[in-house]
Design a protein around this ligand. Structure first.
Ligand code: NCD
Length: 305
């Protein structure tokens, strides 16, 4: 594998192999010195054209724990502000000698263009509403550490229409044998669900007591052109995982959120911090998953030391 641009780049076997490799990095991260020399001398550039807290720090931490050199590019402090194109920016960075680019971009497909322009590997850290493969991998790792994924019933709730997290998760969860139900008002679900291996519900109350996992999504206002539902209060009333709704979950149900959370909107603070919540585990596992991805793309194939 040269690039990781979408979950479509993986099949069930390669996805499972990546999760198995991630487990080795979970173990590395629990060592007193959570660092291995595996990718010493490799250079990873992180190129974020959109805001990010978790994903960016997670990739940069992952690269450093593999002993890579990390080049960080902040759009706000770069020549992008002087009008430099994506292609010129990427070729400038590539000319300094890099082995991989981790890219987040508001335009769907941007990582594919970059993969055509440079010799190194490209990892998609989120492109528009299209894909966010490492988020789906870290979600799968987090779930798999708790449960057998095959046969699990997962509800993905909220602004699926604008969510690259949902798109990548549907694919990964389906590959691993889970049943996925998308939950939201029609205005927040994709215009066409043709080919999506999912069921659909317009009422969270109809499914909340049946599912094994509730994956909540943020309302992505920055990608919405118009008001897609009347008010946030109404959204929370019908689709928020409130404390009252959470009481109807199965006793062993799990709650996930990719972050950033809007507490009190899609999830009550008490639920986000509650026993069923995997939110902080997701973040922790994200570093291990990104180590596994970089190691697979740039490593020699030798066992992890
Ligand atoms: C998400 C993203 O940026 O796609 N966050 C993340 O990477 N964990 C989800 C979001 O922005 O709501």
């Amino acid at each position: 594998m040269k690039h990781l641009l979408s979950i479509d780049d993986l099949d069930r076997a390669s996805l499972t192999a990546l999760l198995d490799l991630s487990e080795q990095f979970v173990a590395v991260n629990q060592r007193e010195i959570p660092k291995v020399p595996a990718l010493r001398g490799k250079v990873v550039a992180s190129l974020f054209y959109e805001e990010s807290t978790r994903t960016r720090l997670s990739f940069e931490t992952a690269a450093k724990r593999l002993s890579c050199d990390v080049m960080t590019f902040s759009v706000a402090q770069s020549s992008v502000k002087k009008g430099e194109s994506l292609r010129d920016t990427v070729q400038t960075i590539a000319a300094m000698g890099i082995d991989a680019v981790v890219v987040r971009h508001p335009a769907a497909g941007a990582p594919y263009r970059i993969a055509d322009w440079i010799d190194g590997s490209v990892v998609n850290a989120g492109d528009g509403r299209h894909a966010h493969p490492t988020q789906a991998l870290l979600d799968a790792l987090t779930l798999r550490r708790r449960r057998e994924i095959a046969g699990l019933h997962v509800a993905i709730v909220g602004d699926v229409r604008h969510s690259r997290v949902a798109r990548s998760n549907v694919k990964a969860l389906h590959l691993l044998g889970a049943d996925v139900t998308l939950v939201g008002p029609p205005t927040l679900l994709p215009e066409s669900l043709e080919g999506w291996p999912v069921q659909v519900s317009h009422e969270l109350d109809d499914v909340v007591s049946e599912v094994d996992v509730v994956m909540l999504l943020r309302m992505q206002f920055e990608r919405q052109q118009e008001g897609l539902f009347p008010t946030l209060r109404e959204y929370t009333a019908r689709y928020g995982l409130t404390e009252a709704r959470a009481e109807r979950l199965k006793p062993d149900a799990l709650v996930m959120h990719p972050g950033p959370m809007n507490r009190g909107v899609e999830v009550a603070a008490e639920v986000a911090d509650g026993r069923a919540s995997l939110v902080t585990e997701q973040v922790t596992n994200g570093v291990a998953v990104r180590m596994a991805v970089l190691y697979s793309l740039l490593g020699s194939g030798a066992p992890v030391a």
